[in-house]
Design a protein around this ligand. Sequence first.
Ligand code: PMV
Length: 360
Amino acid sequence: MKESNFILPEYPITLEAGKIEWKAPSNIALIKYWGKKGLQIPANPSLSFTLQKSLTSTSLSYSPIEKSENFSFEVFFDGKPNPDFKPKIEDFLSRVDPYLPFLKKFHFKIETTNTFPHSSGIASSASGFAALALCFAELERIMNTGIDPELFLKKASFMARLGSGSASRSIQGPLMLWGDHSMFEGSSDIYAVVYPFEVHPVFRSFHDTILLVDRGRKSVSSSMGHQLMVGHRYAGKRFDQASDNRTAMKAILKNGDLNRFVEIVESEALSLHAMMMTSIPYYLLMQPNTVAIIQKIWEFRLRTGLHLCFTLDAGANVHLLFPDDESVEVYNFIQEELLEHCDQGGLIKDRVGLGAVMVS
Ligand code: PMV
């Protein structure tokens, strides 16, 4: 499917004022997207678990106006006006404008809130742009009720991607693929799709407990990080590695081989951070507590033979991934040995989820 498929020929229904609300989850990449080409085209394919409880709720109130030159909108976060979000949303609107040609005929009030704490160091861009894209896709669907449900979801993912790449994977679940890959028919660089192959039941109830090591703002943003992959000495090898890892994951996800799963997931996380450490300028987002947690996880695995593993986003917080039938032992371990490394004992207990939902 091409970009042009996302342009609808007509909008038969004229709208009065109204309001739409969607809730979208965050996601955690197993195979990491790091590095892009052009406008949010991933340099390598990625694969993620959609989460269940870490959500952004966004409502879009719309009222028709005389067509204006600029976008007309206001943004509220947690009930208060938040002009800081405006530039990013303005950029998003200009990117989706060619696919939603009615945007300048409305005034919008965007109200957004997250279920996870504001100062947790958890990026809300994936869930945030997914929820926002779904609100706009819904607005379009009200004006053209005939839109095919598949096209609706693909377009929402496509638009979310234009806000933040990883947001493309926050529309559906439980496992999402983004990025063209010959082994995965139907995969695309311009939107994410539900992982189309057999998945062993163990992965359908996987846990992701997020240990909050650092709640601050990152010293280097993800956008800057992606940019530093341009001309990076190891970039080519890294893109090949991600591609090979995604191929290898196909068999692992089918047969439930948790030992191989652990190996690939942790290797992906460390490779992502290795790219940061070998960028020019180089930087480090892990903190001493991140490393302490990783070492304790390795000791725990040696001691118990269980399958707890970690992954990292572009930050210091640690995502603990583990199967449901090992959760009692893992929670005890977290309580006894890992909580001391979290900022004020902060953690979020999440699980694999099924994707975004509309709030009626
Ligand atoms: O979506 P962005 O531009 O914030 O990039 C996200 C990159 C990682 O979270 C580090 C990896 C990923 O695939 O989610």
